[in-house]
Design a protein around this ligand. Structure first.
Ligand SMILES: NC(=O)c1ccc[n+]([C@@H]2O[C@H](COP(=O)([O-])OP(=O)(O)OC[C@H]3O[C@@H](n4cnc5c(N)ncnc54)[C@H](O)[C@@H]3O)[C@@H](O)[C@H]2O)c1
Length: 277
């Protein structure tokens, strides 16, 4: 049995906690949750059958409890949370499941956390999140010649993105499918931060942010978030299309990302047969 602590009691954290509580994740026991917004943790804890879960709103107190109580710490809060807490968490020699992958776009930050994880013998686990095909991309990464992501979203979902604001694009005037941006993942994550987790997971598992290319397409007829991944190389070709429905509690988060976190945590806690690379 592994003891689980969750940082962030929003869409992902809540569904993950409920999955543990309903014993849909085997061999896991939720011991604590932490959220900077008091009502978020309180709201979550009230929904649990397990009344022994401690709810923290202060990182210092939460951190103090982890050393003896937690085996796996799940971050599903924000990029800021990763920047604020990850180095401290790494010192604890625990398994860390990280959802706010966009924080790893910063090359220096990434190499520093890798060094720290090795030094303290901690492991950072990154589920495949809102996309599919990551297991294959990891396996063929040495053979990849090109890797492209085409993300198609309703223009409403792109409103407020720096690319839209900087170019003074009136999204209401987009009446037909339109390619808004083509460039590297490196550029895309800065211009479309809402797409950051998908581009980050793809770049980290394949050939990096500078060699991964991204198209962002606005389509007023689409209601879901669509990601098409096209990888070519000496191994052959890989084509993956994912049509994601949003989570009911946070439309910015795909339901698949939540299921992916649940599945990954289940695998981490389970003995016996493990499938997939
Ligand atoms: N890897 C993926 O494919 C993927 C997919 C979707 C979302 N995400 C990321 O996962 C994270 C969680 O997503 P969500 O939909 O559950 O978000 P959410 O907004 O529904 O919930 C986040 C919760 O974390 C809390 N929080 C934020 N910053 C905090 C901090 N510094 N300290 C303590 N608590 C903090 C908030 O109060 C909120 O309750 C986000 O960073 C999101 O970008 C990753």
């Amino acid at each position: 049995m592994k003891n689980i602590s969750i940082i962030g009691c929003g869409a992902i954290g809540t569904d993950l906690a409920l999955a543990i509580d309903k014993e849909n994740i085997k061999n896991a026991k939720l011991v604590s949750v932490f959220d900077s917004q008091k009502e978020k943790g309180e709201g979550l804890v009230k929904r649990l059958k397990n009344k022994s879960v401690t709810n923290y709103t202060d990182f210092k107190n939460f951190y103090g409890s982890l050393k003896n109580e937690a085996d796996v710490i799940v971050e599903c809060a924000s990029q800021q949370a990763v920047k604020n807490y990850l180095f401290d968490l790494l010192k604890l020699n625990k398994e860390i499941l990280l959802m706010s992958v966009g924080a790893l776009v910063d090359k220096k930050f990434l190499s520093n956390i890798e060094l720290s994880a090795k030094e303290h013998k901690s492991t950072i686990h990154i589920p495949s999140g809102a996309i599919a095909g990551i297991d294959a991309i990891k396996s063929v990464k040495k053979d990849i010649k090109t890797i492209n992501l085409t993300t198609t979203k309703n223009p409403q979902s792109l409103s407020g993105a720096p690319f839209i604001v900087n170019n003074k694009i009136d999204i209401k005037k987009i009446k037909n499918r339109k390619v808004l941006f083509s460039g590297t993942a490196d550029q895309a994550v800065k211009l479309f931060p809402a797409n950051i987790n998908v581009a980050a997971i793809l770049s980290l598992s394949g050939i990096g942010f500078k060699k991964t290319t991204v198209n962002i397409v606005a389509d007023p007829k689409i209601k879901i978030n669509q990601h098409e991944i096209n990888v070519k190389g000496d191994f052959g070709e890989l084509l993956v299309t994912i049509k994601n429905k949003p989570s009911k509690s946070n439309p910015k988060t795909s339901h698949l990302a939540i299921l992916s976190a649940i599945e990954y945590l289940d695998g981490l806690c389970r003995d016996g047969i493990k499938i997939g690379t």
